[in-house]
Ligand binder design. Structure first.
Ligand SMILES: Nc1nc2c(ncn2[C@@H]2O[C@H](COP(=O)(O)OP(=O)(O)OP(=O)(O)O)[C@@H](O)[C@H]2O)c(=O)[nH]1
Ligand SMILES: [Mg+2]
Length: 469
């Protein structure tokens, strides 16, 4: 907020003014009180102005970027890439915290499988049908196999509880039970991992145990030991033909879901597991609300440049909290997951993902607050788009305006690029800087190239708008 100081009634040399001649005792008391009040107001405004100046001095070398896009478009993953690129030491220092998220991703997938298959709490009315078709084994065989895994892997429920408690320990309102409420539960999906509050949870996992945290000092170690003891069973469960058939019968492709680590269970559940940068990029942690992340560029012998990122929750219920951040950013990074053309939103299963991205983009372009802001559009998840098209999923079947365009990756990317650029032109109040990149946010080396281009585009644009160029 900007303050302007009200004009003082006299020049500073004559402040406070001389007492008027013939002033009574009462008039004097009133005048002195008024002068005191005026001084208090003036001092308060001076303090505000000074604070603002300090803030401006501090932020002179900051670039502020707002990440926008629907849930699971890859915003937080792109942010991790910026961290890895600009501040690799800080990125690596956080890998221990990410280990807990990766373990939780893995455990939730396993518990999801056990709950979904016949006999589990989430199995549906079709249970009987699937039990019968469960591998062509007799009903008894299938039942006893699943019972065997459920018993062997039951300690994972406790590990899940410990990790959730530990990750959400700074937020008393969010317990292991209501942490689930952040995302609507959907029958065919493993539940989300979501924690409110920026990067505070990372510090929590590093910090030594204290009595308020609710987890005993050895509990994280214990959780890792239990997971380690279960790893052979997890791997066995996953490759078992009955389990694969059961998931297929339910129409669940677990590999396509965010935070899928079951293929790597033996490595990830190993006692000495250290997450790789790629593991960290693949870890899924749903963003709740708006998180501010400050990245200080690690460069020796140069003054540090700061990047301030606002990473938002993309699900429909979180979008109302985006607008207050619109008027104070240098660039918008908008992500559209191209592979979503044949998917629906998790929070509203009537809405196609690509259509939702189009509508969001249109709304952002039309925003008056953003009329002068540089836009960077990332057409993300290009790898998944390619896999889908190569597997024969028809783009034109879902996007009617594509008509009889070739079902090839390059053509589809080109089409989407043209479509987004045209929407931007059509809906922006005035001409704006728009940079478009096709990305795979889980590919570190290609994303590094894109990040350098983004950096150049934002820096040049800032120089232009500050009249340096
Ligand atoms: N294969 C593939 N996976 C990706 C890509 N980009 C992101 N992901 C994965 O997609 C999942 C979701 O990404 P996030 O970055 O958490 O999505 P988000 O936009 O921050 O989602 P919200 O926080 O819910 O708004 C993560 O597990 C990522 O690893 C990509 O280009 N290719
Ligand atoms: Mg996110």
């Amino acid at each position: 907020m900007r303050w302007s100081k009200p004009a003082t009634p006299t020049t500073p040399e004559t402040w406070p003014p001389h007492p008027p001649p013939g002033e009574t005792e009462l008039e004097r008391a009133v005048r002195v009180e008024e002068e005191k009040e005026a001084k208090r107001t003036s001092d308060a405004i001076d303090r505000e102005l000074e604070l603002e100046r300090v803030e401006q001095r501090k932020h002179r070398h900051s670039t502020r970027v707002l990440l926008l896009g629907q849930a699971e478009s890859g915003k937080s993953t792109m942010l991790k890439n910026f961290q890895l690129h600009f501040a690799p030491e800080a990125f690596h220092a956080e890998s221990e915290a990410w280990r807990a998220v990766i373990h939780l991703n893995l455990i939730r997938s396993v518990n999801f499988i056990l709950d979904l298959l016949p006999g589990g709490p989430s199995s549906t009315l079709s249970e009987l049908r699937h039990s019968r078709s469960f591998s062509g084994n007799t009903l008894g065989d299938a039942d006893s196999l699943l019972r065997h895994f459920r018993v062997r892997l039951s300690p994972l429920r406790q590990v899940e509880l410990i990790l959730v408690q530990r990750l959400s320990a700074d937020d008393p309102a969010r317990t292991a039970v209501n942490v689930e409420e952040a995302t609507p539960w959907y029958y065919g999906r493993a539940s989300e991992v979501s924690i409110r509050g920026g990067s505070g949870w990372k510090a929590l996992l590093r910090r030594k145990w204290n009595s308020q945290m609710g987890a005993r000092p050895d509990e994280l170690d214990k959780a890792r030991q239990i997971l380690h003891a279960c790893r052979e069973d997890i791997a066995e469960l996953w490759v078992h033909p009955d389990v694969q058939k059961g998931l297929e019968a339910e129409g669940v492709v677990l590999r396509d879901q965010s935070g899928f680590f079951v293929d790597d269970a033996l490595r990830i559940a190993a006692a000495d597991y250290e997450p790789t940068p790629l593991d960290i990029l693949r870890a899924r942690l749903q963003t709740i609300g708006v998180e501010q992340h400050i990245i200080s560029v690690e460069r020796f012998g140069e003054p540090s440049h700061r990047w301030v990122f606002y990473d938002v929750g993309g699900a429909k219920g979180h979008r109302a909290s985006w607008a207050p951040f619109f008027d104070d950013v240098d660039a918008i990074l908008f992500l559209c997951p191209m592979s979503g053309f044949n998917e629906v939103l998790l929070e509203d299963r009537r809405v196609n993902r690509l259509l939702d991205s189009f509508n969001l983009w249109k709304t952002i372009c039309m925003s008056r607050l953003l009329k002068g802001t540089t836009f960077i559009l990332l057409l993300n998840k290009t790898d998944l788009l390619k896999t889908k098209l190569e597997a024969g999923v028809s783009f034109a079947q879902y996007v009617k305006s594509y008509k009889d365009g070739p079902n090839e990756h390059e053509h589809v990317c080109d089409y989407l690029k043209r479509k987004f650029v045209a929407m931007c032109k059509h809906n922006s109040a005035r001409e704006r800087q728009l940079h478009v990149h096709v990305t795979c946010a889980t590919d570190i080396s290609t994303t590094a190239i894109v990040i350098n281009r983004i950096k150049d585009a934002i820096v040049v644009n800032n120089l232009i708008s500050s009249d340096y160029l």
